[in-house]
Design a binder for this molecule. Structure first.
Ligand SMILES: [Mn+2]
Length: 342
């Protein structure tokens, strides 16, 4: 039987480079993308605890506040200095950027990161972005989640996967694979998940924490979003719209939009789904989702965004109506030209 947990050679080389950049006594900051998701948070908290075993002090500095849903991951041993903003990066020895392939995803921290004297270290599984956050990269699009690479880092460095670390990594795997249902659910992904269960993860407890502990406002937001559902079946497209102020009205945050785009994608005959979120100030966040055979990264790239083939995002300037018109017509055009096939 093949050893699914064997670490591919290219990853081992990258891990060795990463490791050689980290020395005992160092202080490092860990950053992930705006509106951190389960993979970003899980990778950060797991890595912070792993680095502590190497006598490297790590704390978190993100461009947007830590999601309430994942508050439990921080425990009392992982420090989140996000509230200090870019000032928190002053005096660090290194920055490790997780789950990001383009520096723009660091939002308000991007300029401070560009100005750092030391090149950032990157652990990621996205398709290459326009401006990588750093040159030393443990990056593999075959990894189901960034956490799979953090798991490899731990094993390659002989570090202990404690229950807390296993819970963080498992959360990353579950959320980035849509509960082990998306195309990135590889044999290796399930092997890593099995290994994490063997290290003390209780899947039922994790389900309750991730999917069974959402604020009531999240369902009201979902109800409002579904009320806006529009479908163009000949074009195999469906989309929902979240108006400006909807999150505030329901007292929820952007993490509560996680999974909403799954609903238009779930419709029979739909292969390309979109979620338009009006951020106000002439800015619209668009989430792109697709099924096998359709590459939405190519569509997101047209608008300066990116991500994965089946899930991408872009931040677009314009009013909600302008952006919808532009994105939908570009989607239809690229589709017809065969430019979204993969
Ligand atoms: Mn990810």
């Amino acid at each position: 039987m093949t050893d699914l947990l064997a670490i591919p050679e290219a990853r081992r080389t990258a891990i060795a480079e990463l490791r050689s950049a980290l020395r005992p006594g160092m202080t490092v900051a860990l950053s992930t993308h705006i509106n951190a998701d389960g993979d970003g948070c899980g990778s950060q908290t797991a890595l912070a605890r792993l680095l502590a075993q190497m006598d490297v002090k790590a704390f978190i500095v993100n461009p947007t506040p830590w999601p309430e849903l994942f508050r439990w991951m921080l425990g009392d041993d992982v420090e989140d200095r996000t509230a200090k903003g870019a000032a928190a990066l002053k005096g660090i020895d290194r920055l490790i950027v997780l789950d990001i392939s383009d520096i723009g995803r660091l939002g308000v921290l991007a300029d401070a990161v560009r100005a750092l004297p030391q090149d950032a270290l990157v652990i990621d599984h996205h398709l290459p972005g326009k401006e990588p956050p750093g040159k030393t990269m443990l990056s593999d699009t075959k990894a189901c989640a960034t956490a799979e690479l953090v798991f490899d880092f731990a094993r390659e460095c002989g570090l202990e996967i404690t229950t807390a670390i296993a819970q963080s990594l498992y959360t990353s795997l579950v959320t980035d694979t849509g509960g082990f249902r998306f195309g990135n659910t590889s044999p290796r992904c399930l092997s890593v998940a099995a290994e994490l269960l063997a290290h003390g993860v209780n899947p039922e407890t994790m389900y309750a924490r991730i999917y069974g502990s959402v604020p009531l406002g999240r369902l009201f937001l979902l109800r409002d979003a579904l009320d806006t559902l529009e479908v163009d079946l000949p074009a195999e497209m469906a989309w929902v719209t979240v108006p400006a102020g909807a999150l505030e009205r329901h007292q929820v945050s952007s993490e509560d939009l996680d999974g909403v785009a799954e609903y238009p994608r779930s419709i029979a005959g739909v292969s390309l789904a979109l979620l338009f979120r009006d951020l106000g100030h002439n800015k619209v966040k668009v989430s792109f989702r697709s099924i096998a055979g359709v590459n939405v990264n190519a569509l997101a790239k047209v608008f300066g965004g990116g991500g994965h083939a089946r899930a991408s995002g872009a931040l677009i300037e314009g009013t909600i109506d302008e952006v919808k018109t532009r994105v939908l017509s570009e989607a239809r055009r690229l589709r017809a030209a065969g430019a979204l096939a993969d």
